[in-house]
Design a protein around this ligand. Structure first.
Ligand SMILES: Cc1ncc(COP(=O)(O)O)c(C=O)c1O
Length: 478
């Protein structure tokens, strides 16, 4: 298997295709749930238009099939003499190799199987070498980052958070200047913004950081599922990403990169599997990856993620790129043609964003628009501040915004539905009544049923009681 980004993907989508031109665009890969019907407040049911794949993407059909295939083989990993334990251990280690290869791991890189990107970056934060005087190693991070790529460094103590500039050029210049002021150990940068899909040119970031003696970790949560990426080709030192955003929602993610820090760093979890020898007087820890994988490994999650990596790697990178770039361009053009709709940008000169688009509707609460899209059109988007509070504050979106995102399972019809629904909202307003309950916009007296036999009866009542306000994080607080 080759890493996707070994093949560079310069295919540009020229011009902005109009909506009619993409209306018939099919999904690139089959995903589970593509034909799931969801109820509307008017009593009809429609296929769910999942335009929230940047939050969590549906499972690829091939991933679900692989999970079904490996479940009968499931047994303890690294712990059993039984036949199925041996098989499961081999499956887990083979999955690790596939996951590492997918992101172009170098020969001596380590692939740690984690729960998700947040887990991976917290793990790495415990491995950044301290300064000679024992103070935490310096980490430079921009204010554009998702909280997962901000808070671990802040908590570790060595973080400097630099405001990004209005342009890529200005932002790179700011990085260069700051890196000349102090000896930084690490630059932590997004591979693609979870707010706008935009990114800094990785090659430039790597050159600037390495010239200053700092390593680079890429938050690949939004990049890896949408574009090929290769550690070897890019010279990035570490990449973190999530299975549930890579069409493998079975609880695994990964941190892949240079061995030395991971071998010497604080074991992420203390417990069985991470140790060589334990005595009441002290513990001898394993080297990576075992050092950071205490507890029973998630073999099904790892196998699912490996299957997703295989499916994405089997795609022609140009097809992957064109599919997403075409849908994104049509989405942006369609939204910008609706009066009062504004599409958010971080950098005026950013090129080739991934399929994540954030927008606002002048004078309208994003939570209301999102609730309307769900209740009256069966469309799933995200609203709020997208776990990127500093960025949303700097851009003037303290009240949040609305985010739509596309992936391999998205069709042109999904995009058309969203644009037409937003236009209808602006021109005619909602047809039903909404109210704010515990900070969340909800349909007043929501008549929508929950799936029969799902065991979720009372879900909407629970939401109204405020449970989901915290758990699901609606509203601008998140
Ligand atoms: C850019 C980015 N980084 C990190 C994360 C955190 O990912 P996870 O929730 O899988 O840990 C997200 C999730 O939305 C993200 O979009």
């Amino acid at each position: 298997m080759t890493a996707l980004a070994d093949v560079s993907c310069p295919t540009e989508v020229s011009g902005a295709p109009d909506l009619a031109a993409v209306a018939d665009a099919p999904a690139l890969l089959l995903v589970v749930g593509a034909d799931t019907l969801v109820p509307l407040v008017d009593g009809r049911s429609v296929p769910y238009a999942n335009l929230d794949v940047a939050a969590s993407a549906p499972a690829l059909r091939s991933v679900a099939d692989r999970v079904t295939e490996v479940l009968p083989l499931y047994a303890s990993v690294h712990r059993g003499a039984g036949y199925l334990s041996q098989v499961s251990t081999a499956l887990y280690e083979a999955s690790r190799r596939t996951i590492g290869a997918f992101v172009g791991a170098r020969e001596d890189d380590v692939t740690v199987v984690t729960r998700n990107t947040t887990d991976s970056l917290n793990l790495l934060a415990g491995c950044v070498p301290a300064n000679a005087d024992g103070t935490p190693g310096r980490v430079l991070v921009l204010d554009v980052e998702h909280h997962a790529n901000l808070l671990p460094w802040q908590r570790a103590g060595g973080a400097t958070v630099l405001a990004g500039g209005a342009s890529v050029a200005e932002t790179l210049s700011g990085l260069r200047t700051e890196l000349a002021r102090f000896p930084y150990a690490l630059v932590a940068v997004t591979g693609a913004s979870n707010v706008t899909g935009e990114s800094l040119p990785v090659a430039d970031v790597v050159r600037i950081a390495h010239d200053a003696g700092a390593r680079v970790v890429l938050d690949g949560a939004q990049l890896v599922p949408h574009r090929g990426f290769s550690l070897a080709a890019s010279d990035v030192d570490y990449v973190a990403f999530s299975g549930h955003k890579t069409y493998a929602p079975f609880g695994a993610g990964a941190l892949v990169g240079r061995r030395d820090w991971l071998d010497a760093g604080t074991p992420y979890l203390a417990g069985g599997g991470a140790v060589r020898q334990v005595a009441v007087t002290g513990t001898q820890w394993q080297t990576a990856p075992a050092r950071h994988e205490a507890g029973s490994p998630n073999v099904v999650g790892a196998a699912a993620l490996a299957a997703a990596c295989d499916a994405l790697a089997a795609l022609d990178p140009a097809d992957l790129h064109v599919h997403e770039a075409t849908l994104r361009a049509a989405l942006v053009a369609g939204l910008e043609a609706v009066p009062g709709v504004r599409v958010v940008r971080v950098w005026e000169d950013a090129v080739d964003p991934v399929g994540v688009v954030t927008f606002s509707v002048d004078g309208h609460d994003p939570g209301l628009v999102a609730a309307y899209l769900s209740a009256e059109h069966g469309i799933g988007v995200r609203d709020g501040r997208f776990c990127a509070h500093p960025l949303l504050a700097r851009l003037g979106y303290d009240a949040g915004a609305i985010r739509a995102s596309v992936g391999v399972g998205t069709t042109g019809a999904d995009v058309v539905r969203l644009v037409e629904a937003v236009r209808s909202y602006v021109e005619q307003g909602p047809a039903t009544r909404y109210e704010v309950v515990d900070g969340c916009w909800a349909v007043a007296d929501d008549p929508r049923p929950v799936p029969v036999g799902s065991g979720l009866e009372g879900l909407f009542a629970t939401a109204a009681a405020g449970f989901l306000a915290d758990a699901a994080g609606c509203g601008p607080a998140v």
